[in-house]
Design a protein around this ligand. Structure first.
Ligand code: HEM
Ligand code: NAG
Ligand code: NAG
Ligand code: NAG
Ligand code: NAG
Ligand code: NAG
Length: 275
């Protein structure tokens, strides 16, 4: 069983990466979606109208991921955050955030694997995704380290405000914009701080890369727009009339995403070295 599932996993990865690369090429060859029309018909958020926001109640399950929590807060995932299928997570992330189907399969499959469940038939609660050092890691931008604050389901408002203040860019209309160097700087400060203050601190290349990847969605899917990131990170709520800023017809591929993640992570390395 172990060997068979390893072999299967290997072929699934090859398949997903080829599929992703195919979508990357198709995105280049096909016209982009029009602003205002990114979320497909019949999906929540179509025509820039999101289901209403209800803050989490006692007993609701929430994760270390602001964006997944926001989907539950708006009822796009079950509001109690419980008993969700990995397949539904795939579809919800694809419709809501315009990630490519390859990506939307890859991450829930990765999550099913670390929870020892079947992607095809398994279910999970949001809080289970916060398993330490699976995806959840130290030195996040919106959560204190798990050793310090075990409940990873709520944002730390002080950390969020510090992050939002890092923005040095500007939209043509003057509203603030988070840039690649801003994000690198914020991540490196967190890594330096956490290493000093958390005795249980761990970091490795894998989590650094994924930390940068997780955060880089703020630059791609959110286009760095602080006006949209503020409600998302403080209340885990979609701003009025929000839509994904990625207009590619087949969604944001892992291949394309890497072009944002790598410069962010390279920037962090230089900054950490300077400290
Ligand atoms: C597809 C399923 C997804 C899963 C299983 C997932 C899971 C997670 C987890 C466990 C974390 C915590 C990592 C940490 O310790 O910092 C996280 C963080 C994050 N995720 Fe997700 N996520 C998913 C989708 C998304 C999507 C679609 C977006 C954006 C549109 C997103 C944006 C983020 C951001 C910005 C963070 C960093 C928060 C921080 O640094 O505090 N995630 N995600
Ligand atoms: C889209 O939303 C606008 C108002 O936000 C509304 O006037 C319009 O009828 C909606 N269109 C469709 C097709 O639902
Ligand atoms: C989860 O949902 C399935 C299908 O709706 C249901 O059969 C099962 O009892 C639920 N489990 C829990 C713990 O609520
Ligand atoms: C999954 O199984 C592995 C190997 O049996 C075990 O080490 C790990 O703790 C399990 N993970 C979970 C979340 O149960
Ligand atoms: C993107 O980068 C990650 C981490 O370096 C790598 O594991 C993955 O294979 C890359 N994906 C693609 C589609 O290039
Ligand atoms: C949205 C995003 O980039 N999520 C990534 C967060 O980190 C995990 C692993 O640590 C990746 O599997 C996800 O792709």
């Amino acid at each position: 069983m172990g060997v068979l599932s390893k072999i299967a996993g290997f072929f699934i990865n090859i398949f997903v990466l080829s599929w992703d690369f195919g979508l990357f090429i198709l995105n280049i060859l096909t016209p982009s979606l029009k602003p205002g029309h990114v979320v497909p018909p019949n999906a929540a958020g179509h025509n820039l109208t999101w289901p209403s926001y209800v803050p989490p109640r006692d007993g609701d399950s929430r994760s270390a991921c602001p964006m997944l929590n926001a989907m539950a807060n708006h009822g796009i995932l079950p509001h109690d955050g419980k008993n969700i299928t990995f397949k539904d997570l795939n579809t919800a992330v694809r419709h809501t955030f315009n990630f490519a189907p390859s990506f939307c399969f890859f991450v829930p499959k990765f999550s099913a694997d670390f929870l020892n469940r079947s992607y095809w038939s398994g279910r999970f609660d949001l809080a289970e995704l916060s398993l330490h050092n699976a995806i959840e890691h130290d030195a996040s931008l919106t959560r204190q380290d798990a050793a310090i604050v075990p409940d990873q389901g709520k944002p730390d408002l002080e950390l969020v405000n510090t992050l939002l203040k890092e923005a040095t860019g500007e939209m043509p209309d003057g509203s603030p914009l988070l840039t690649i160097p801003d994000l690198s700087r914020a991540l490196s400060k967190r890594r330096v701080d956490c290493r000093k203050t958390n005795d249980a601190y761990t970091e490795n290349l894998f989590h650094n890369m994924f930390g940068s990847a997780n955060s880089s969605t703020m630059l791609t899917i959110f286009g760095g727009r602080i006006d949209d990131l503020r409600p998302m990170l403080t209340e885990e709520r979609f701003s009025e009339q929000w839509e994904p800023r990625v207009l590619s017809r087949f969604g944001l591929t892992m291949a394309k995403f890497n072009f944002t993640v790598l410069p962010v992570e390279r920037g962090v390395k230089t900054k950490v070295a300077e400290h």
